[in-house]
Design a protein around this ligand. Structure first.
Ligand code: SAH
Length: 254
């Protein structure tokens, strides 16, 4: 493989232009060609750039691949800009396999995923001692199927913290699957719409109430569903890390 002038897949972050890495910013500033996921990338990230800009929202994989490949072969600096972190529901693998076939090099620069931006909006910690030490990133099956072994109902049996992408439009199905899987009706659940954007909204409730709340708020897309006891705003115990009696590599307990 020729390793010079790689294409960069860059995570744009959840919306706030300041939630882009310095590396991502530098690559955008120097790019000649940017292909961006126009449905969710904040256009403010692209203001004033010299690069030629291509919104991928209306393009198919052949067309986006051609833009990337032609740009790179012409010696241009090419950035493929994806919302949040490219590794999560980013549809980057299919693009990378096409570039492999064409023997075109690429690198990936991570971004702030909307999952953690949503946790920040809620001021939540997703992993609390004795409550949940596991975070499940998933989605409700829709037009894109989900493997049977990963149905929401089965995943719900863990009663871990769950971050459910791409599913707010099916909130009633999500709630019934979660309850069928074992979460009690009183389990806290929150929806964050457009986390980190100026128009960000959060709605918090329980599995029993959230369906009606979401309909009332009129939230239909670009929202994260977070469910689990970690949202209850209480602790079972404090962490060992800062426990004054607990010794570890950096601190002697008393
Ligand atoms: N790669 C992206 C996810 C792309 S899939 C990431 O890491 O965030 C698109 C889904 O992500 C949306 O349906 C929604 O569930 C979620 N999403 C993207 N941006 C969001 C935001 N600013 N606030 C809340 N959810 C968001």
């Amino acid at each position: 493989m020729n390793n010079s002038n790689p294409i960069y897949f860059v995570g744009a972050g959840p919306g706030d232009p300041e939630l882009l890495t310095l590396k991502g910013r530098r690559l955008l500033d120097k790019a000649d060609v940017i292909v961006y996921a126009g449905s969710l990338v904040n256009p403010a990230l692209l203001n004033g750039l010299a690069a030629s800009l291509h919104n991928s929202a209306g393009l198919n994989l052949d067309e986006t691949t051609a833009l990337l490949a032609d740009g790179q072969r012409d010696g241009h600096k090419v950035v493929r800009l994806h919302t949040g972190d490219p590794a999560i529901y980013g549809a980057i693998k299919e693009q990378m396999l096409r570039l492999d076939e064409l023997n075109i090099p690429y690198n990936v620069v991570p971004g702030v995923t909307s999952a953690t931006a949503s946790a920040a909006a809620l001021k939540a910690e997703l992993t609390l001692p004795e409550i949940s030490q596991t975070v499940i990133i998933t989605r409700q099956a829709g037009r894109t199927p989900v493997p049977e072994k990963e149905s929401l109902q089965l995943l719900a049996s863990h009663q871990a913290t769950m971050m459910i992408f791409l599913s707010v439009g099916m909130i009633d199905t999500v709630v019934s699957e979660l309850m069928a899987g074992g979460y009690p009706a009183g389990t806290p659940i929150a929806v964050v719409e457009k986390a980190s954007w100026p128009e960000e909204r959060t709605v918090s409730g329980t599995l029993a109430t959230i369906g009606a709340q979401i309909k009332e708020a009129g939230i239909t897309k670009t929202a994260m569903i977070i469910v689990g006891e970690v949202l209850a705003n209480q602790l079972k115990s404090e962490s060992k890390l800062y426990d004054k009696k607990f010794s570890h590599e950096y601190r002697q307990g008393s």
